[in-house]
Design a protein around this ligand. Structure first.
Ligand code: TXA
Ligand code: MG
Length: 310
């Protein structure tokens, strides 16, 4: 990757052009800088995990310019709509049922049937979203396990050389990630953030349920989204009756990436698991190297292979 360029605040159309071409661009939001990719581009979304060096595929937040765009991607009930109307644009993220026809890259939701959505208030984020005309997937623009960035210098220090560009929007006003509220069942506080829970409860006129366990629990649950039949890993030669998922030199019946490209493998992983599940045969998976995106791919494959039935 060539050097990361810094784009001036009046270069939002260049940021959108890079995103449309499948590149990663760090963009300012009112909370923290986000590491943005076109959410409809499987490969670009896979590059987010590579750039952050994330060891697992946690679901990402989708950024859209307004409530109308959000309603095209997810199903809002009255409660969700009242929260969106009260706090958008702003530092509130809603987790809602995904509309499958939305065409979002499965890596964005880590294969879940819910999606996290927010409408950022930052004027430059708004300009980029309008210019691109597509939803943007964006986790915080820091390497995995490091502190979220609130200035261009933070992003440059953490991800310089790993993203095409950083759009300079100055320091982030809120400086803390968005508050995440799950609206799939009873409104639930999934992550405290830029909007106080009390403000949200005032709009709901009811207490928020609290979330027990890890924020990323749905994506992290052992055997979540496991195929129905048994899965064996590290298999170079499948047994009779097994459907074989190949990688690189191991061709298999289907391949994660015939050329052994880990970015392509990440981008196709969830589609391949769904395709194999539909065959209703035991599944054997070729070895995937435990390096770069291979770590997150293997993390997901180990969950798919974990014993079932709890
Ligand atoms: O302020 C923010 O929210 C920033 C800026 C860039 O918008 N973004 C951000 O994204 O903090 P990220 O990827 O670092 O955090 C996403 C969080 C994760 O903890 C993830 O588990 C949760 O959102 N999440 C995403 N989709 C979810 C889903 N379908 N169900 C439950 N949690 C979800
Ligand atoms: Mg983060």
């Amino acid at each position: 990757m060539p050097q990361t360029v810094t784009l001036a605040p009046d270069q939002t159309s260049e940021a959108a052009r890079l995103l449309a071409g499948g590149a990663l661009v760090a963009i300012p939001t009112e909370t923290v800088y986000g590491l943005a990719a076109d959410a409809l581009n499987d490969r670009a979304v896979a590059e987010i995990f590579a750039a952050k060096d994330r060891p697992s595929f946690n679901p990402l937040i989708l950024h859209v310019p307004d409530l109308d765009s959000a309603e095209r991607l997810a199903v809002f009930d009255d409660t969700a709509r009242s929260l969106a109307e009260a706090f958008w644009p702003g530092p509130l993220t809603l987790v809602l049922p995904l509309r499958p026809e939305a065409g979002i890259a499965p890596l964005v939701t880590a294969g879940l049937d819910s999606v996290a959505l927010r409408v950022p208030a930052h004027p430059l984020a708004q300009e980029v979203l309008h210019a691109l005309g597509r939803p943007v997937a964006a986790p915080s623009a820091n390497p995995s396990g490091r502190i979220s960035p609130t200035t261009v210098a933070h992003v440059q220090a953490g991800l310089g050389g790993r993203v095409a560009a950083i759009l300079d929007g100055g320091p982030c006003g809120v400086g803390l990630e968005s508050t995440i509220v799950g609206c799939v069942e009873a409104p639930t506080l999934l992550r405290p953030g830029g909007i106080a829970a009390e403000q949200i409860e005032a709009v709901l006129d009811a207490p928020l349920a609290s979330h027990s366990g890890e924020i990323s629990a749905p994506g992290q649950m052992i055997s979540h989204y496991a195929p129905r039949r048994a899965v064996r890993l590290g298999v170079t030669k499948a047994a009779p009756g097994e459907a074989h998922l190949g990688f690189g030199a191991v061709p298999g019946d289907l391949s994660l990436s015939a050329s052994g490209d880990l970015t392509e493998a990440a981008a196709t992983l969830f589609q391949r698991l769904h395709q194999l599940d539909a065959l209703d045969q035991p599944i054997a998976v070729a070895p995937v190297p435990e390096q770069g995106l291979g770590r997150a791919i293997n993390d997901r494959l180990r969950r798919a292979a974990a014993p079932r039935g709890r």
